[in-house]
Design a protein around this ligand. Sequence first.
Ligand SMILES: C[S@@+](CC[C@H](N)C(=O)[O-])C[C@H]1O[C@@H](n2cnc3c(N)ncnc32)[C@H](O)[C@@H]1O
Length: 454
Amino acid sequence: MTKSPKLRDKPVDAPRAAARDTLRAVRERDAYANLVLPKMLRERRITGRDAALATELAYGAARAEGLLDAVISAAANRPVAEIDGNVLDVLRLGTYQLLRTRIGAHAAVSTSVDLIRSEMGMGPSGFVNAVLRKVSQRDEDLWIDELAPSMADDLIGNLAFRYAHPRWIAEVFDEALGGSAGQLQAALAADDDRPPVHLVARPGLITAEELALASGGDVGRYSPYCVYLPGGDPGDLEAVRDGYAGVQDEGSQLVGRALTVADVADDTGRWLDMCAGPGGKAALVAAIADIDGAHLDAIEISEHRADLIRKVVRDLPVDVHVADARSCGLEPGFDRILLDAPCSGLGSLRRRPEARWRRRPDDVAELVVLQRELLTEALRLVKPGGVVIYSTCSPHPAETVGVVAAVLAEVPDAEQIDARPLVPADHLGDGPHVQLWPHIHGTDAMFLAALRRR
Ligand SMILES: C[S@@+](CC[C@H](N)C(=O)[O-])C[C@H]1O[C@@H](n2cnc3c(N)ncnc32)[C@H](O)[C@@H]1O
């Protein structure tokens, strides 16, 4: 039977189908949206404005999942766990468009209905249509007013809901920010935004000024190697393709640089990166080591990640070791050691769209044990007078100041030194550690502490 013109399937639009398939991969396979989508865009030859739309929708909907689900559940009058997964992906995309983009309500609803009808037929498409129409009756603020805990009763709960963070993460940020509600609001808002793209100009190969000219970007505020890219795909830049530049958050650049500028008497040029994969900081440190006549040993436990390091440190004075850094077998006596420890990643949630909804508070306790062991070993491997930079891309106090305090209590000949002079940024607080923030510095929320063996 031929369908009537009204019922005939419309072709689904490619960017929204890619966004839906990304959300599905995240939900079904625990995939990382920022790995799945770029590959899908290449394979499906989706480029330009269409690629930008798919990215905005997929990453935006993944980032806002908790908020979207609360609204969908209210509009559908049932918990989202009772909604078929494939239908839920389309509802999330549609709700995201309605609440958080300028896409008109008609287009947001009808494209969602088309997406579901092409796969699942009329029944589910009627449900999607009904739910999204209900969602479209209010804007985001009205939904928040209706569904979030009140500011007066539960400020953290309200802000967590409003800026699409699980409550426990908002609590961690609150603790790290010292309980300032204004700071917490700004931090969550910045974390809920699309992240900027930062490039690193590899020392000795290109300057930040040259890279800014070549890329149409602006030189960074703090890192002498940083360029802010206003838009576009960094992979299209010749400097990135040729390895003169890479994509790296400015906060990470500041951590790598801090290792190289700390005072170390009689630096013999033995430098170590204890947890180096995939090699972002190792590449920067090694480029500076090359200029300074030093050598970097880079340890990484995962073979695959060690391969990634080898790719980015080609031609630089680096030895890559696949080992557990707690028992790597290298001779002690290093002048400078970077321990960029495995961590919860709560400081770079804006770059990994779905991560905030995947992490669990319990993840942290196990990581803290590993972080302490690694830092203790770093202090054994560094020479007296040498420096250890301990860093995390997390502001979680248990992973940052907690680890440093616990290890210092156990290692009597180690001391913490002021890390602030090693970081050319403002608003660095009372020290001695440095905690960067997206809402203050525009960087990921990187933490670093500087320790010395007496
Ligand atoms: C935060 S990442 C490091 C990021 C890296 N410094 C960069 O800038 O690209 C932590 C790394 O430590 C590795 N790792 C975890 N446990 C380790 C261990 N016991 N020994 C060595 N590496 C480890 C992880 O595989 C991961 O690649």
